[in-house]
Design a protein around this ligand. Structure first.
Ligand SMILES: Cc1cc2nc3c(=O)[nH]c(=O)nc-3n(C[C@H](O)[C@H](O)[C@H](O)COP(=O)(O)OP(=O)(O)OC[C@H]3O[C@@H](n4cnc5c(N)ncnc54)[C@H](O)[C@@H]3O)c2cc1C
Ligand code: SF4
Length: 488
């Protein structure tokens, strides 16, 4: 008897075993696969059909396509652990196999009240761990989520989700910010019976999902479908209401039993290179917000975007569309410190930006926005040798000998965003526990701050994406419920 457990552990087909060449027993034909290795192809608009409009690119699965893709799932559940919201992924995929999309919708709402939105723009980290990806392509989890939500008309949500009656209590909660974190908290709190008022400074709800992500990736009517259902449960949203300007933070504390703050990151960071204070240097998020609001946006013949993340790709591709509409051609250059292999933007974003005739120039560091006679001429750059140091810290180094120049009439900076918590008055701010960098600390399970009635979440605490906002909004709702039930 062998006592070493490792001798009983092996990977079939990889670790050699004495019985490998035995004539007897079952042998899988090397060309035989129990499941298709490739995912079902997603139909999308051809570049020529999409490059001058903001209509949605991805077409969505048909019934047959969704069924075929769902059939590839082996129900292992590894994806659920990786999803920040721990969505019941294999369960809703099984519902597709059972041709019961209503059950699929119910499963999704247990952990995520924004399925139309996440079915389109989720960062889908679950797919990176999908066990089918070890041999072949991972399951298209995101598109299957979208398929379920697309199948159930908004008019049937109440009946399918059975959310038209729930117990009400006499406690009132204020939510500041109607982004994914605020909306998720509002939905689950309302379901627990709380009266929820959401305060939103902009004219519509959705936060960066509406005012950042372009419409060709996430159409406004799909955002509305998710939000309308949350509103139908009795959540109240007070639009055009900025806390700190229209209503004081103290008033929230006085009028409500608990407050959840999820105001996101809406202050664009500047490169601060010479020339960056020129009036024709813009912040990507300001322009994206203006596009959603329908406000005029400066569209120039030559545009340079500084940044290599998804926000940079969103403004690059939006500008390319606007240039195509205005001038009939595209001249937008996006340049990043990172070389293409380490650019933070999703691969598909870079590929699609190029398909839409944008030029991507990775591996350059901005040095100066050159201005002549008061007008921008372009961006001077030098070669970026490395972005991070040995400890993994952001610490770019440059080769000043190798330089380049990108012509531009306007420059758009897209190198990150910060929070504006100025509405939290000094007295409260002083009482909040913070880390060595001055960031507010909250309990990682309940999102409660050191002021017991104040909970905080979303990007201001833990980004970087919608699904993290959904997850921590849900946890904060449970945290608030725990706090208020203990207080009674
Ligand atoms: C251009 C862009 C593209 C992105 N693409 C993706 C993507 O494809 N997939 C993905 O998962 N994530 C994406 N993200 C990230 C994602 O949008 C954010 O992580 C997410 O929206 C953060 O949610 P939040 O609720 O914390 O804040 P936000 O969505 O930023 O919402 C905060 C809300 O609070 C409001 N607010 C702020 N201050 C006040 C105040 N004082 N009073 C009242 N209201 C206030 C704001 O107006 C806003 O509506 C993208 C972000 C950007 C900018
Ligand atoms: S990891 Fe992939 S195969 Fe496993 S349950 Fe999730 S989607 Fe299905």
């Amino acid at each position: 008897m062998d006592t070493d457990p490792d001798n009983f552990r092996f990977i079939p087909g990889v670790d050699e075993k004495p019985w490998d060449n035995n004539e007897k027993g079952y042998k899988k034909d090397k060309d035989l696969e129990l499941y298709p290795l490739e995912r079902v192809h997603m139909q999308e608009l051809h570049p020529g059909e999409r490059d001058n409009s903001f209509i949605e690119i991805i077409k969505g699965f048909s019934d047959e396509e969704a069924l075929a893709e769902a059939d590839r799932c082996v129900d292992c559940g590894i994806c659920t652990a990786t999803c920040p919201a721990h969505m019941g992924i294999p369960h809703y995929i099984r519902a597709i196999r059972n041709q019961d999309v209503e059950e699929g919708l119910r499963i999704m709402y247990e952990t995520n009240p924004l399925p139309e939105i996440c079915g389109r723009i989720c960062t889908h980290k679950c797919e990176t761990v999908c066990s089918r990806g070890h041999r072949g392509e991972p399951i298209s989890i995101r598109w299957l989520k979208r398929y379920i939500a697309d199948q159930v008309p908004a008019s049937e949500y109440s009946e399918v989700l059975k959310r038209d009656s729930f117990e009400q209590n006499d406690k009132k909660i204020a939510v500041v910010g109607a982004g994914p974190a605020g909306l998720s908290a509002a939905y689950y709190l309302r379901q627990m019976g709380y009266a929820v008022s959401v305060f939103e400074k902009l004219p519509a709800a959705g936060g960066m999902m509406r005012y950042g992500i372009p419409e060709y990736r996430l159409p406004y009517d799909q955002i509305d479908k998710d939000i309308d259902f949350i509103l139908s449960m009795g959540v109240e949203i007070k639009y055009n209401t900025e806390i700190g300007r229209d209503i004081s933070f103290e008033k929230l504390q006085n009028d409500f039993d608990a407050v959840y703050v999820a105001t996101g990151l809406h202050v664009g960071r500047s490169t601060r290179v010479p020339g960056s204070d020129h009036p024709k240097v813009f912040q990507a998020i300001d322009l994206l917000r203006k596009i959603t609001l329908g406000e005029p946006v400066e569209v120039a013949e030559k545009v340079v975007v500084i940044g290599g993340g998804n926000v940079a790709m969103d403004i690059t591709r939006s500008m390319a569309r606007l240039q195509k509409q205005k001038f009939g051609r595209v001249n937008v250059v996006a340049t990043s410190l990172e070389t293409e292999d380490i650019m933070p933007a999703d691969r598909e974003e870079i590929v699609e930006a190029r398909e839409e005739n944008a030029t991507i120039m990775p591996g350059w560091g901005p040095r100066e926005i050159r201005i002549e006679d008061g007008k921008i001429k372009g961006l001077s750059v030098v070669q970026c040798v490395s972005v991070f140091d040995e400890t993994g810290r952001f610490n770019p180094t440059f080769n000043e000998e190798v330089s380049n120049f990108f012509e531009a009439d306007i420059v758009i900076e897209s190198i990150g965003q910060g929070a504006d918590l100025g509405f939290i008055t000094a007295g409260f701010m002083e009482q909040l526990e913070k880390d060595h960098r001055g960031r507010v600390l909250v309990d990682p399970l309940t999102y409660q701050s050191s002021l017991p009635w104040l909970f905080m979440g979303g990007d201001i605490i833990e980004g970087p994406d919608v699904i993290h906002g959904v997850a921590n909004g849900h946890k904060a709702a449970k945290g608030i419920d725990l706090y208020l039930s203990k207080k009674q």
